[in-house]
Design a protein around this ligand. Structure first.
Ligand SMILES: Nc1nc2c(ncn2[C@@H]2O[C@H](COP(=O)(O)OP(=O)(O)OP(=O)(O)O)[C@@H](O)[C@H]2O)c(=O)[nH]1
Ligand SMILES: [Mg+2]
Length: 493
């Protein structure tokens, strides 16, 4: 079996259908609502006949209003719509059906209990419908993960990104790359097998190395995304730091419109990290309020808070550096003598923050307590620093502040997702794509027109590159990865 045949064979054998028939409540219940109970597997038609009657001949994809009976007691449970989806044109790829019932606990329990009495049927485990759709070749792993994200999406931009992914935006891109690597590998195999017969043109290898270089450029461009997709999916971890008493906790409370952090005039009030999530125009933010940073304290609790704050900076995606505007003005002459453009550096030194913890992270300077400034002072401050100004106490400048903050988040998350430019949403995809490039590079470095290595061994590098893409899409994935992916689903999905 040559390499190409093996690949096609592998694609087929991973998509095995399961033997049992599963059922579950698929949409939530509520006293007034309608609930959907879904069945999938080879015994689906049996289940329909057992619940509706032996004579029932379901018309595919048509809704019929029918009475539903308990399969053993024959007592009528409810009356509702039933839909039949013969495989493979169904969500799972198997025969499946849906019963729409009244959403009370009693109706749902009776239906589920009745379905459980039908031979060959068993309750579904969490994510099992989607797992079957994956094994049935209906969804690849990126679409499965997109669906899980869609179920968990909390903001509008997260919903858009998850919807695009669940409908195949990343899948199409990765499948295109997979096919192109397969083609290169197949051409290389052909060259190994037939080059001596002179049926194969000499420039085959030149062409395939050109194609592999193009692939590296495309994959590298996809990787060079400042983690925008992951930030949108996971939320932008935003740490609020600054000297004690500058108003960090007041700022957090104002942003979230709730009294989450304790605010007092005592410097050193916050000690533990206070974390909360918030939705800014569809972009998710995970705020961390931290202990005020200073090096002249001997209070062990405060020192522990400062250590925690510094650790929080390291894991943050965005740093909000708060300072007291009034205090700044009082020091302005001294600061001006050191060069106002160096203010951030001077302030970070005062806070005893090592620049290496900040590295290339995006950071925004925020001047709080502008209610204590005169108009001239405020103008001077805004003209001399690249700063957002606010008064958390009087909510001065709140509207322009929010507009600017929304813009900042949008740019960090790369704006709203589009189908033309799907983004990496999981660290796993990134790792595998980086490895894919590494394998292709090893192949290209070994394979120059002057140095002809053993082609069969070099071909292995292309197979490794291919496996990386397949580990993302699920064409070549171990059960432990699948367990992690499907663990995110609820029962009925
Ligand atoms: N005038 C004025 N006072 C403010 C403003 N924001 C906060 N404050 C006051 O400043 C004091 C400290 O506020 P916090 O929010 O606790 O400050 P913090 O930075 O969290 O302080 P630590 O947790 O101790 O580091 C409180 O008395 C607040 O009411 C503001 O915009 N204007
Ligand atoms: Mg505080």
């Amino acid at each position: 079996m040559n390499f190409l045949t093996k690949i096609i064979y592998k694609q087929k054998c991973i998509r095995l259908m399961s033997a049992s028939t599963i059922f579950s409540l698929s949409s939530g219940y509520g006293k007034c609502g309608v609930s959907v109970i879904r069945v999938s597997g080879p015994e689906t038609k049996q289940a329909l006949k057992a619940i509706i009657g032996e004579k029932f001949q379901p018309k595919p994809r048509y809704a019929s209003l029918k009475p539903f009976y308990h399969p053993q007691s024959k007592e009528m449970i409810d009356k509702g719509l039933v839909l039949y989806f013969p495989g493979p044109a169904s969500f799972t790829g198997e025969d499946s059906c849906e019963f729409q019932v009244h959403g009370s606990l009693a109706v749902i329990s009776a239906m589920l209990e009745g379905l459980g009495k039908i031979p060959g049927l068993r309750p579904a485990t969490p994510g099992e419908f989607t797992k079957r759709a994956f094994y049935g070749g209906k969804l690849d792993l990126t679409e499965v993960e997109g669906l899980a994200d869609l179920i968990h999406a909390e903001t509008e931009a997260q919903r858009k990104q998850a919807l695009l992914q669940s409908t195949g935006s990343l899948s199409k891109l990765y499948e295109n790359w997979r096919k192109r690597i397969v083609r290169c590998a197949a051409h290389l195999e052909a060259y190994i097998d037939f080059a001596e017969d002179e049926n194969i043109e000499d420039d085959v290898v030149v062409q395939l190395t050109k194609e592999l270089k193009r692939l590296i450029i495309e994959i590298s461009a996809h990787l060079n995304d400042q983690r925008q997709g992951e930030l949108l999916r996971n939320g932008v971890r935003t740490v609020i730091i600054g000297a004690p008493n500058v108003g960090k906790s007041s700022f957090l409370n104002l942003m979230c419109q709730r009294q989450i952090s304790i605010v007092t005039p005592i410097a050193g009030t916050t000690r533990d990290i206070i974390e909360t999530t918030h939705n800014f125009s569809g972009f998710p933010v995970i705020f961390s309020d931290t202990a005020g940073l200073r090096n002249q304290t001997s209070d062990v609790i405060e020192l522990e808070g400062i250590t925690k704050a510094k650790a929080c900076i390291e894991s943050a995606d965005l740093i909000l550096l708060l300072f007291d505007a009034k205090h700044f003005m009082e020091q302005s002459n001294l600061l001006a003598s050191k060069g106002l453009e160096n203010f951030v550096q001077i302030y970070l030194q005062q806070l005893d923050i090592d620049m290496k913890h900040i590295r290339d992270k995006p950071m925004k300077l925020i001047a709080n307590k502008i209610d204590l400034l005169t108009t001239d002072e405020l103008n001077m401050l805004e003209n001399s620093l690249d700063v957002l100004t606010i008064s958390c106490k009087n909510e001065l400048n709140l509207k322009p502040f929010m507009e600017n903050f929304d813009k900042l988040l949008k740019s960090i998350c790369g704006g709203l997702p589009t189908s033309e430019n799907p983004r990496i949403t999981h660290a796993r995809y990134r790792q595998q794509l980086e490895r894919c490039i590494e394998h292709i590079n090893i192949f290209l470095n070994e394979y120059t027109p002057d140095t002809y290595p053993d082609i069969a061994i070099s071909a292995q590098k292309l197979r490794n590159a291919l496996r990386c893409i397949e580990r993302i899409t699920g064409g070549c994935t171990t059960e432990d990865i699948l367990d992690v992916v499907f663990a995110d689903f609820c029962i009925g999905k």
